[in-house]
Write a protein that binds this ligand. Structure first.
Ligand code: MRU
Length: 351
């Protein structure tokens, strides 16, 4: 059986989050014990936990942990604590909708338990966070099964992926990488090209690490190699994740995704997005309504330590970009493969 890393899980005693610190990969496999919402918020902001589904899961678990520490409060103060903690966790990263989706789900449950004691609410929220984790695991598998059907049946399949939409980004086997894991388990011949994904290098540090660990044939390329790879006929399909999908099918994902979609269109190569339905935000009609996070310029000037630009270089550092729906061949979700026109397909899938 193919093995993949667990990005987020409960600590054995259930009183903390146990996360794999992704800022330390691939040099060191360090797991962190996070006991407070403050610690969880820091881990999300610093990208120790990252990837849209994993951020949502971590936030839900962090909220549950924090409230379990405050069951001695009177009900009104406990409710206030809940709202403040949701605010703290929501304020970490603005783009991936899964964060807000998970917190809203937790808040709704708490609201439905109006007359319950803090102890009961905290206990139910712990259960809900566990359900969010378990459901994500199942959604990843279903995405994998639907995505598998899109792979050409014959020959060595060349897949280009970007950033990390694998196990490290979710509660299960990933989204874009789920079909890859399932194909590997079936012994299908697959070669994955992983773009390194400047500036935070999720492709080289994380995707290559987790695929190598699973025995998948993976080749690292600098982001600038993508066009040449396609020109050489080495790529049969592009497969990426999503941080938020608008109601019309526009996709916001890691910076660099849009240029891959343009290149794929030019070369007549299918461009697939894989994401759970929790990444769809129907409240946003078009992609340009999605907030794009800007990161610290030092991540571009200095990367992981060494100065690679003049220390005072002006930098524009968006963490994500927008791929218009018209460039996307299909969106692979846990509820099936969605094809254009996306507005109708998305509405139907969410019903
Ligand atoms: O900044 P990151 O590393 O959190 O960005 C991650 C991505 O852009 C992923 O492609 C996306 O979240 C999908 S993860 C299943």
């Amino acid at each position: 059986m193919t093995s993949y890393p667990e990005a987020v899980r409960w600590a054995d005693d259930g009183r903390a989050l146990d996360v794999l610190d992704q800022t330390r990969l691939p040099e060191a496999e360090v797991r962190l014990r996070l006991e407070t919402a403050e610690q969880v918020a820091e881990a999300i902001r610093a990208m120790r936990v990252r990837g849209a589904p994993a951020i949502g899961i971590a936030a839900a678990m962090g909220l549950a942990l924090e409230l379990a520490r405050h069951t001695g409060l009177a009900l009104p103060e406990f409710r206030l604590k809940l709202e403040q903690t949701c605010g703290l966790l929501a304020d970490t990263r603005p783009t991936a909708v899964n964060l807000f989706w998970a917190l809203e789900r937790m808040r709704r449950l708490a609201a439905s338990l109006e007359d319950s004691s803090p102890g009961v609410v905290a206990c139910r929220l712990h259960g809900e966070a566990s359900a969010i984790l378990q459901e994500d695991r199942a959604m990843c598998r279903r995405i994998g099964q639907h995505g598998l059907a899109l792979l050409p049946p014959e020959g060595v399949v060349g897949v280009l992926t970007h950033c990390n939409a694998g196990a490290l980004a979710t509660g299960g086997m990933g989204t874009a990488l789920a079909p890859v894991y399932l194909a590997r388990a079936q012994g299908r011949a697959l070669r994955v090209y992983a773009g390194e994904t400047r500036p935070m290098l999720q492709g080289s540090r994380l995707t290559v690490w987790e695929l190598q660990r699973a025995g998948v044939d993976v080749t690292l390329v600098a982001d600038t190699v993508a066009g040449f790879l396609m020109q050489q006929g080495r790529v049969n399909l592009v497969l990426v994740g999503a941080d938020r999908i608008a109601a019309n099918g526009d996709v916001v994902n890691k910076i660099g995704t849009y240029q891959l979609a343009v290149l794929a269109r030019h070369h007549g190569i299918p461009f697939y997005v894989a994401a759970p339905t929790s990444s769809v935000d129907c409240a946003v009609p078009e992609g340009r309504g999605i907030p794009i996070e800007e990161r610290d310029p030092e991540e571009v000037r200095r990367g992981f330590g060494r100065l690679t630009a003049p220390a005072d270089a002006q930098v524009y550092a968006p963490a994500f970009d927008l791929t218009p729906a018209e460039l996307i061949t299909a969106i692979v979700t846990d509820r099936g493969v969605l094809r254009p026109p996306y507005a109708a397909a998305i509405r139907e899938a969410l019903e």
